[in-house]
Design a protein around this ligand. Structure first.
Ligand code: AMP
Length: 222
């Protein structure tokens, strides 16, 4: 399967994409994670994107498409993928189509996770992230075994800069404006597939896999 996950911040794209990646054995590429990794390694790409990421603004389309194009070209032709956090604008979606058509691996569809605004704010403001390995937790629904300490690597858990209350409001507003033409882009092409993003990640995963089966996006055995 070759899909992109759409939906506002807090809709659960990251958690769902990582479960899909593990269980269906496809590549999970997240622009946010790629950018944070580059920033923590202080690479030149990291320095270029830091000013946008830490203030909740979108990184320019050309740069994002270039980064994701390079990641996709590295995958073997038979490897499926789920993209999370990309594309975020119609310009990026068109750029992605150009990259994939050159690779002769067209997209199966865009899955959009839907959730009410109150749920988005609640999820984002309670999110805690491991400063070392990037694992996600939530103060109510996904607590670590030891408070403030990552179960996986014992790293320190913190609040992402862009999950701070003032930045959350900004991110949701930026997303609402940028996402409208993006959603229209996929709807017009008959490639938009809504999935209810409420409830636990397992429930959302169940709905997403049911959709993939109906659409015959899963490879045999997958
Ligand atoms: P995320 O983890 O997906 O919420 O992304 C964190 C930040 O990375 C965003 O607030 C943006 O600054 C940047 N970012 C991630 N993906 C994109 C994208 N597709 N286009 C532009 N900026 C992005």
């Amino acid at each position: 399967m070759r899909i992109v996950l759409l939906g506002p911040p807090g809709a659960g794209k990251g958690s769902l994409a990582s479960l899909i990646g593990q269980r269906l054995r496809v590549a999970h590429l997240s622009t946010g994670a790629i950018f944070r990794e580059e920033m923590s390694r202080r690479t030149s790409l990291g320095r270029r994107v830091a000013q946008y990421v830490t203030s909740g603004r979108l990184v320019p389309d050309a740069l994002v498409v270039q980064v994701m194009g390079a990641q996709l070209r590295r995958l073997a032709a038979a490897t499926g993928f789920v993209l999370d956090g990309f594309p975020r604008t119609a310009g990026q979606a068109a750029g992605l189509d150009r990259v994939l058509s050159r690779l002769r691996r067209p997209l199966d569809g865009a899955v959009i996770l839907t959730a009410p605004a109150r749920l988005l704010v609640w999820r984002l403001s309670g999110r805690r992230v491991c400063e070392r390995c990037g694992a996600n937790y939530h103060v109510r629904t996904m607590r670590p075994k030891r408070p403030g300490v990552c179960d996986r690597c014992r790293g320190r858990l913190g609040v992402r800069k862009d999950d701070e209350p003032r930045t959350i409001a900004r991110r949701l507003a930026v997303d609402r404006t940028a996402a409208r033409p993006l959603v229209r882009y996929y709807r017009r092409g008959g490639r938009l597939f809504p999935v209810d993003g409420r409830g636990s990640v397992e429930r959302v995963y169940g709905r997403a896999v049911a959709l993939c089966r109906r659409q015959e996006w899963l490879s045999p055995g997958g």
